[in-house]
Ligand binder design. Structure first.
Ligand code: SAJ
Length: 445
């Protein structure tokens, strides 16, 4: 019998299972995808994360980590499955329910069940707890139940699982104490104990705070673009104030967390959530705003081709989930523009209608405008020649302050930036500003 069964071997479940196994627990990792299970049993991972492959290989080699398609009786069950939103922006909890139902028949008196997936307030007791009740146990009493959200930054998952503080929400204080015994075996951050409802809110509050803060930065950027102010300069000076911390404007907000989690609050508490829905709309509208600025200049018209550089939602990762590129691409198509998308890291092919290519020349070929969406290292050194040799037009939109604007300008490109007027960007060449990536704003990433 395993000591811990981890349900879901994705971006959070797999590193968590590996850390627990490395800490000496006997761990069964469960996933519905046979490819994931097969790879793990060979000591391999199917996605990239700093430090993960070595740890997984060692955990499997030690015999402490084994993968299977079905759960087995265990002392503790940890649920780490995705909680996406539907097209109607409603929480899809079917995978949490499915995982709960899979462990239901295996439950015994005294077991601990932990939900880690980001979830609407009340999911732990109403979805997981309900399944436990259906199997004859009182959740929080006969079977201990906790909500312990993951808070890790994709790309730095392993280090953050170890070092970040954790909030542990128990359906009773005893439940929380049981979960502490598990996490303290590998976590070095502070473990804060509370109840399940509060812990659920903590997680949603963190990501919603970030989304609203970025929306505010994007509003400031639009104001600055219209007013002839450099928003990067303005935000950096505002952030000198001891109680101000505005994040960075950009092409919008991507990933499977920040653009999703605010909707859980909007769905459950619509009367209180106008600000959150508006922030989502502003961030998702950044792509359209960029296109409108270029089209207003008259240099980009319906029928032209736009090359989108970057399908990953942030720099140097291969994850295209909820990428700002998707909103930009949809807005471009709605304006009658042709679209091509390049990414050096993301698997090429169709990602929910976003056709991603690894061939940069092909993407830029015949394009009137190129929009840099992701500040991948690979794009940092792109020169005027790289763009000029392939493109038909001379429009560049750098949404990340990442390219060498002075050089592009000298080569005859019209360069747009988020948060600066066209005049300002074009004037950079005179004073030698606008060189690659000189942002003063700490993005906090
Ligand atoms: N972004 C901006 N401006 C900024 C910072 C970020 O436009 O100033 C954009 C990024 O480019 C990206 C998006 O926001 O498209 C999200 O990126 P991120 O690095 O802010 O966050 P994620 O989604 O990779 O991870 C977040 C983290 N949450 C917080 O920082 C509050 C992480 O700690 C969570 O564990 C994770 O969501 C999650 O799983 O919920």
């Amino acid at each position: 019998m395993a000591e811990i069964c981890v349900m879901g071997l994705g971006y959070v479940g797999l590193p968590t299972a590996s850390l627990l196994a490395t800490a000496g627990f006997d761990v069964l990792g469960v996933d519905v995808n046979p490819v994931v299970v097969e790879s793990l049993n060979k000591g391999r991972t199917i996605f990239k994360e700093a430090g993960l492959s070595t740890m997984v290989a060692a955990a499997c080699h030690s015999g402490n980590l084994v993968a299977a398609l079905e759960p087995a009786p265990s002392d503790t069950f940890i649920i780490c499955v995705p909680t996406p939103i539907s097209d109607e922006k409603k929480a899809d909890l079917s995978l949490v329910e499915q995982a709960s139902r899979a462990i239901g028949p295996l439950l015994r008196h005294g077991n601990l069940v932990i939900l880690e997936s980001t979830s609407p307030i009340g999911t732990t007791r109403n979805v997981v707890g309900e399944v436990i009740r259906e199997h004859g146990f009182e959740p929080g009493m006969d079977v201990h139940v906790c909500y312990c959200p993951e808070r890790v930054l994709p790309g730095n998952t392993v280090a953050e699982l170890v070092n970040n503080d954790r909030v542990i929400g128990g359906m009773s204080p005893d439940c929380a104490k049981r979960a502490v015994e598990i996490y303290q075996r590998f976590a070095q951050g502070e473990l804060t104990l509370t109840n399940d409802l509060t812990a659920e809110m903590v997680k949603l509050a963190e990501n919603t705070y970030r989304d609203v803060n970025i929306a505010l930065a994007n509003v400031f950027a639009r104001v600055a673009e219209d007013a002839g102010i450099d928003v990067w300069e303005a935000i950096s000076y505002a952030n000198h104030h001891p109680r101000v911390d505005v994040l960075s404007p950009g092409p919008g907000v991507g990933g499977h967390c920040i653009p999703v989690d605010p909707w859980f609050l909007v769905e459950s508490f619509p009367a209180h959530a106008e600000l959150l829905a508006k922030a989502r709309q502003i961030n998702d509208g950044q792509g359209e705003r960029m296109l409108e600025r270029m089209m207003e200049s008259g240099d980009l018209v319906s029928g032209d081709k736009v090359a989108i550089l970057g399908a990953a939602y942030k720099a140097d990762i291969d994850d295209p989930r909820e990428s700002p590129a998707a909103h930009l691409s949809a807005a471009a198509k709605a304006k009658g523009l042709e679209v091509a998308v390049h990414d050096p890291l993301v698997e090429p092919g169709d990602w929910h209608g976003l056709m991603i290519s690894n061939d940069l020349d092909d993407c830029l070929g015949g394009a009137t405008a190129a929009v840099l969406v992701t500040n991948h290292k690979e794009y940092r050194s792109l020169s005027a020649k790289n763009f000029g040799d392939r493109m038909k037009g001379r429009l560049i939109y750098d949404s990340r302050k990442w390219l060498n604007h002075a050089a592009l300008r000298r080569a005859g490109f019209k360069v747009f930036e988020v948060g600066r007027s066209l005049d300002q960007t074009q004037a950079d060449v005179e004073v030698g500003m606008g060189t690659a990536g000189e942002s003063n704003v700490d993005s906090g990433t």
